[in-house]
Design a protein around this ligand. Structure first.
Ligand SMILES: [Zn+2]
Length: 246
């Protein structure tokens, strides 16, 4: 009977939602750094790595803020861009950075770690990451842990843990229980992504490793890959199937 107002209302909301999804996308954007809010306390940082095999690659990291403090997961790709990120967190958002956590030994994770060290911000990584970074001649994280590490940010827990080999031998994932959030980094693929750089990968173990993550954290709502769009547990399922061996 009153289908006309209903249609108008539906149209109005469609327009509203359309505008909203465009505007909420990015909170900071420069030539070198993009910051995307994903919850009140969590933001993805995106910086760009020039590679021989894949051209210019957008690389994801995470910022988690709680009670005036922040933890950064993976640095932007170089020192300058890391300084840019640090400025945004400390000056624009007025949070003090408590730590930076490194996913694995590649440049897209730790290329800017010196910028944090210069400000006495400690960096954490799997022991194996430190060993491989040294061998590779990359920047070296400071504080090693054996497979698993827990940090507190205010009252909230952060769990950094190695579940097995995948993109690299050393790769970890970071889990924030209160946010139901997993920063997967390169072990986790965005939907429809290709396998990417496999030079240090274990393609036989990759599916098992990601399956173990899925079993350990059954309550995930947000899953962030190393490259490409974030999503939910679907990203784990996609990654498991991408590397499934017969
Ligand atoms: Zn990598």
């Amino acid at each position: 009977m009153n289908s006309k107002p209903t249609i108008l209302l539906a149209f109005f909301f469609a327009v509203l939602l359309g505008c909203k999804s465009q505007n909420t996308g990015i909170t900071y954007n420069s030539e070198t750094l993009k910051i995307i809010p994903i919850s009140k306390k969590s933001f993805i940082h995106v910086s760009y790595l020039q590679t021989d095999d894949f051209g210019k690659v957008a690389c994801n990291g995470l910022i988690y803020m709680n009670e005036g403090e922040a933890v950064v997961f993976d640095t932007p790709v170089d020192i300058e861009t890391s300084d840019e990120l640090i400025d945004w967190i400390t000056k624009t958002k007025k949070q003090s950075i408590k730590a930076v956590v490194i996913n694995h030994f590649h440049d897209d994770c730790l290329g800017g770690v010196e910028a944090f060290h210069q400000l006495n911000i400690p960096s954490y990584a799997n022991h194996k990451t430190i060993e491989l970074a040294k061998r590779e001649g990359n920047a070296i994280p400071q504080i090693g842990f054996d497979g698993k590490n827990e940090l507190m940010l205010g009252k909230q827990k952060i769990i950094n843990r190695h579940f097995g080999e995948a993109h690299t031998k050393d790769n970890i994932v970071s889990y924030i229980p209160s946010e139901h959030l997993l920063f997967g980094g390169c072990p986790v693929k965005s939907l429809n992504a290709t396998k990417g750089y496999l030079g240090d990968a274990n393609i036989n173990e990759w599916s098992n490793t990601v399956n173990n993550i899925k079993i350990a954290y059954p309550d995930l709502k947000i899953v962030i890959p190393g490259h490409g769009d974030y999503g939910d547990v679907e990203l784990l399922d996609y990654t498991i199937s991408l590397f499934k061996t017969e």
